[in-house]
Structure formats: structure tokens, C-alpha cells
Design a protein around this ligand. Sequence first.
Ligand code: TYM
Length: 325
Amino acid sequence: MESQRTFSGIQPSGSLHLGNYLGAIRQWIPLQDEYEAFFSVVDLHAITVPQDPAELRRKTLETAKVYLAAGIDPSKATLFVQSHVPEHTELLWILNTIARMTDLERMTQYKDKSESKENLVGLFDYPVLMAADILLYDTAVVPVGEDQVQHVELARTLARRFNDRFGETFTIPEPRVMKEGARIMGLDDPMKKMSKSAASEYNFIALSDDPEAAKKKIMKAVTDSGSEITYQDDRPALKNLITIYSLLDEKSPQEIVAMYQGKGYADFKRDLAEIIASFLTRFQARLAHISDDDAMKVLRDGAEKARGVASAKMREVRERIGLLP
Ligand code: TYM
């Protein structure tokens, strides 16, 4: 039978930002009606760079609350913390025995992240843990931003390799990226993606930013030369701002360009700043209504449901590779 499952996750490291929301979470919402959905807070991925233990706990719960505030409905989707389902790390180990060093050496995110830090084994192996996350649930569709597509392709490679060697076991997953918003760029540098680990806070708008502070970030965002409002590839800073405007205000880029004919950056930025501030105000109000206890209960129920699926899959995997029952 064809799989009807979707799986995605976000690391509870740094502050979740508009890129995470517009590129990933936003497309999860409709998928929870079409698919059996699993959304995880991937804490074991977060520890591939050093984390403060108390902060990690706080951010893990906060990330789950962000899912809820964004519209993930626990009566439809299973929401859980990755480390609460130990089958993820068990499958990681088994996939490690079929993943090749050369598969991982090609991963661009590792190349970027390892440049400035000690080369940790966990950081190198991180895409195999992500493959385990996806394959455990026989996931058909993986909704992510563009930067994660290469990792989903590794999951496809490992699933095929496992199936070839041990017989049909895993569903081959498909990445799914949004047409618009799959790669929101930094406000301070439109050639780099908006990132939680950016050096400057003027790079991103965090979902937790004070709305007034967020407005200032928009007013300070770099722009391109020229004064007209146009939507084109050779004006990447403006293109990025128009994309954000378009997604939050549900207007097409062309409509926005038409609205600002004969006007300049100042008008455009002022309006965008208002749109973002009002989005953040509404989002944060929803977030404030979710108690720690309620979020913990959702996560406990979610872990139990996820474990049901994951443990059945692991029984099958152990048998396939010849582990003694
Ligand atoms: P993470 O935590 O870096 O990012 C979470 C999601 O946000 C998307 N994203 C963006 N989208 C558009 N513009 C941006 N600037 C931007 N920055 C981030 C990411 O593409 C991602 O969809 N390895 C993953 C987490 C993960 C996962 C998984 C995802 C672990 N296991 C299994 C899917 C399935 C990561 O680090 O994402």
C-alpha cells in the first residue's frame, strides 16, 4: 500500500525565524489534512553543536509551542520530541553501516558548518540521523526549505540501498519545497539564507522578536541600487523583501509591484514593517496562550503514538538484517 505519511522537523537551536516559518512550517499546516503527519522537535540534531542543557530544554519546549501556535493541530498531527523515541538513534546506527563516507562528504551544509568549528563526528553524521527520522515512518513527503533537499536525497539513496540489499523495507521519500519562500534570504545580506546561527541579529526576524524591534530591522534591511520597486533576480534584496510581503499579506509579487508604482523604498518598507509587526503580534498572542503543561501533554501523547509506528518498523528492520529476535 502506498504511504500516506508526511514527516518534518526543526532543530530547537537558536531562535526560530521567518525563514523557518515561511519555508517550512507554513506548508505543514495543509499537509496535516492530507497525510498522516509527524512533526518532530529534533533535539538530537541540535546537540551536534554545543548547547547549554537548561537552554536546550527551554528551547525544545518553546519550539513545540511554536508548532502549536502556527496551527499544528494535535488532534490531526503527531507532535513529538525526537529523543523521546529512541528508535531514531537505533536506526541511525544501522543506516551508518550502509552510508558511505563519500555520501556525507558531498553534503554542503556540513561543509559550511564544519569550516569554523571542530569537526565533530555527530555533525558529519547528522544527515544520516535525518534519514533515520524520515525512513522510520515510511514517509512519502518531506516538507522542507531548499537547504534541506540534499539531505532528503540522501535519505532516498539510503532507502534504496537498504531495500536492494535486504528486500523492500523503506518507502522512498520525496522532498517538497514551496514555490515561494523555500529560501528566505538574510536581511543584512541577500546572498546568504536567513539563519538561526547568523552573526548579526539584523540577519533575521525571530518569531519571538518584539514587533517594534522587528520593524527597525526591516527599515535597516539592505536594499539594491535604484529606487523603483521591482521584482527581479538582479535585485535580490528587494526580491526577498517582496517575497516576505507577498507570503504574509497573501498578495502576488506582481500585485505588490503595481501597488508601489511611483513610490519608493521608504513607503514599501514602512508597510512591510507594519505587516510583519502585526503578524508577530498575532503569533505571539497565540503562543502566550499555550501553557508549558499543555505543550508537555501534547508531546507525551505524541511520543507514545510515534513510538508505536517506529517500534514496529524497527522490528522489521532488525529481522531483515539478521539480528536475533
Ligand atoms: P532547520 O532546523 O535548520 O530548519 C527547519 C526548517 O526551516 C527551513 N529553513 C528555511 N526555509 C526557507 N528559508 C530559510 N532561510 C530557511 N532556513 C531554514 C529548513 O529548510 C527546514 O525545513 N536537518 C533539519 C531538521 C530535520 C529534519 C528531519 C527535517 C531533522 N530531521 C527530518 C525534515 C525531516 C534542519 O536542521 O532544519
